[in-house]
Design a protein around this ligand. Sequence first.
Ligand code: GLU
Length: 177
Amino acid sequence: MCGIVGYIGPKQASPFLIEGLSKLEYRGYDSAGIAVHDGSLISIEKTIGRLANLEQKLEHHNLEGNLGIGHTLWATHGRPSDVNSHPHSDCTGNFVVVHNGIIENYMHLKEELIAKGHVFTSETDTEVVAHLLEEHYDGDFEAAVKKVLAEISGSYALVFMSKFEPNKIICTKQDNP
Ligand code: GLU
């Protein structure tokens, strides 16, 4: 089981996300990560292992910003590793996603996306969601998310961030991930 936490507000997102993830530690996990929007760009820090490892990385690479998402992962697709940890992003880094559950038709979608030129960095089912969002985005974040949801099947909770929307997080859920 993984855990997901998100923050939008006046405070720095990063400490809130770490505190949220620490409250979810009891669920168990093999890796952890956060993504934070600084008003112009989204930065990601993630790592295999304990939350303490992530905190250590953040000491050297502090993520500033008031909007962010965090994730603890039990990998279902691919071995536990830094690259398979969430959050995942598309080719451009404009879209970021965390996910609990399984995207059942990810292999077919991944093949189609690779044929269109998308470059994947992880072995996860989740990464297809970020690339699909890149593919469907034409200026409307919510509309693009709806198009993504129409294409994927499975049981999932997904949280999305976009570089173009520094004040918005989109959360979705299907069945009981
Ligand atoms: N299927 C996703 C992965 O392996 C998410 C697993 C989970 O629910 O933690 O990356």
